[in-house]
Write a protein that binds this ligand. Structure first.
Ligand code: COA
Length: 311
C-alpha cells in the first residue's frame, strides 16, 4: 500500500502569448474550424517563441508557483521535469531549470519521459522520494514545446497540440488526510510516437478508444484504493486531449461533466503540461483548496496513470 503523504504548497503555470487558432490552421492544411471544434473541442493553442525552450517555459511556471506562495527557494532539493520536448539530450531540462532558478545548493534534478502521463508519473516519484525522508521539498514540472515536433502538413495531428508548462511544489506531510494514492503503469504500444524523424505520429482512432477505457480504469482505481465514492471527490483533472474522450468517460461512469476541469478549448493538448496547467487553474480559486481531486492521464507508450491528492 502507498503510504506517502504530501502537502501541496503551491502551483504555477506559463502559457506563451502567441496563439495558433483554428482559422490559422485552415490556411495550412485541409481542415476547418467547425470540424476541429466538433471533433476535439479545441479552438486555439499557444506557441512558444522561436528562442523559448521547454526549460524557459518550465522556469516561468516554477517562478509562478514560487511567487504565489512566497516560497523559500532554498527549501527545494528535488526538481523533476516531465517532457517529451526537452531542450536537448543532456543536460536534462530539469538541470537547466535549476540553473535558471539560481539553485546552487544541493538539489537532485532530472527529467522523465512518460509522454502525456509524465506529470502523474513525476508526482508519484516525488511523493515516494519525499516519503523516504531524504528530501524536503519537490518541484514537479510538466513542460512542452510541442510546436517544434508537430508536422504542420498533417491535419490528423497538427490541430491537436500546443505549448505550455505547469508546476507544483509539494512537501512531506504529517497529516493523515494528505495521504496520496497512485496508479501508474504502461502497456507497450507504438500507436502514438515521436521518432527521431522529429514529428508526432499517431493512430487517432485507436488512441481515442484506449484513452476512454483507461481513464475510467484510472478513476475507478483511485476510488477503490481510497474507499471513497465519486461524491467524495471534488474534481477530476483529466489530461486534455479531446473533449469527446472526457465526455465519453463522463457518460460511461455517470459522472457529471461539471466535475471535470476543462481548458482544452484554450490550450489544446499540451502533453505533460496539460494536467499541471489545469491543476493550477483549479487551485487559483481559493475555495478549491482542501479538496480531494483525481488527476488522470494517458499518453504515448502507452503510459497511463492517476493520482488522488488533497489540495
Ligand atoms: N480536418 C478535417 N477532416 C479531418 C481532419 C481535420 N483536421 N483530420 C481528419 N479528418 C478526416 C479524416 O480524414 C476522416 O475522413 P474520411 O472519413 O474521409 O477518411 C474523417 O475526418 C474522420 O477521421 P477520424 O480519424 O475518424 O476522426 P476522429 O473523429 O477519430 O477524430 C481525432 C480524429 C484525431 C481528433 C481523434 O481520433 C482523437 O482525438 N484521437 C485521440 C488522439 C489523442 O488524444 N492523442 C493524444 C494522446 S495523448
Amino acid at each position: 500500500m502507498n503510504q506517502a503523504q504530501i502537502k501541496v504548497i503551491s502551483s504555477g503555470k506559463y502559457i506563451p502569448k502567441e496563439t495558433i487558432t483554428n482559422q490559422d490552421l485552415e490556411k495550412m492544411v485541409d481542415t476547418n474550424h467547425d470540424w476541429i471544434v466538433s471533433r476535439t473541442g479545441i479552438v486555439k493553442r499557444h506557441k512558444a517563441a522561436e528562442q523559448e525552450e521547454s526549460s524557459d517555459l518550465a522556469y516561468h511556471a516554477a517562478m509562478d508557483a514560487i511567487k504565489k506562495a512566497n516560497y523559500d527557494i532554498n527549501q527545494i532539493d528535488l526538481i523533476i521535469v516531465a517532457s517529451i520536448t526537452g531542450d536537448q539530450m543532456t543536460p536534462a531540462t530539469a538541470n537547466f531549470v535549476q540553473t535558471k532558478l539560481g539553485i546552487t545548493h544541493e538539489c537532485m534534478s532530472f527529467d522523465i519521459n512518460a509522454a502525456c502521463t509524465g506529470f502523474v508519473y513525476g508526482l508519484e516519484i516525488a511523493a515516494s522520494m519525499l516519503a523516504s525522508g531524504r528530501f524536503r521539498s519537490a518541484l514537479i514540472i510538466g513542460s512542452e514545446k510541442l510546436t517544434k515536433v508537430v508536422d504542420y502538413t498533417d491535419r490528423n495531428t497538427c490541430i491537436l497540440f500546443g505549448d505550455g508548462a505547469g508546476a507544483l511544489i509539494v512537501e512531506p506531510s504529517e497529516k493523515k488526510e494528505d495521504q496520496v494514492y497512485f496508479y501508474n503503469a504502461a502497456k507497450p504500444d507504438e500507436l502514438l510516437s515521436l521518432t527521431v524523424e522529429r514529428y508526432i505520429k499517431m493512430d487517432g482512432r485507436k488512441v481515442f478508444l484506449f484513452a476512454v477505457d483507461i481513464m475510467q480504469k484510472g478513476i475507478e482505481k483511485m476510488l477503490n484504493e481510497s474507499n471513497l465514492t465519486i461524491d467524495d471527490i471534488d474534481a477530476i483533472i483529466p489530461h486534455q486531449a479531446n473533449i469527446r474522450i472526457i465526455q465519453a468517460v463522463s457518460k460511461a461512469m455517470n459522472i457529471p461533466m461539471e466535475k471535470f476541469v476543462l481548458n482544452i478549448e484554450e490550450y489544446g493538448n499540451t502533453s505533460a503540461a496539460s494536467i499541471p496547467i489545469s491543476l493550477d487553474e483549479y487551485m487559483l480559486d481559493q475555495k478549491n483548496r482542501n479538496q480531494k481531486v483525481i488527476l488522470v492521464g494517458f499518453g504515448g507508450g502507452f503510459t497511463y496513470g492517476s493520482a488522488l491528492i488533497n489540495l
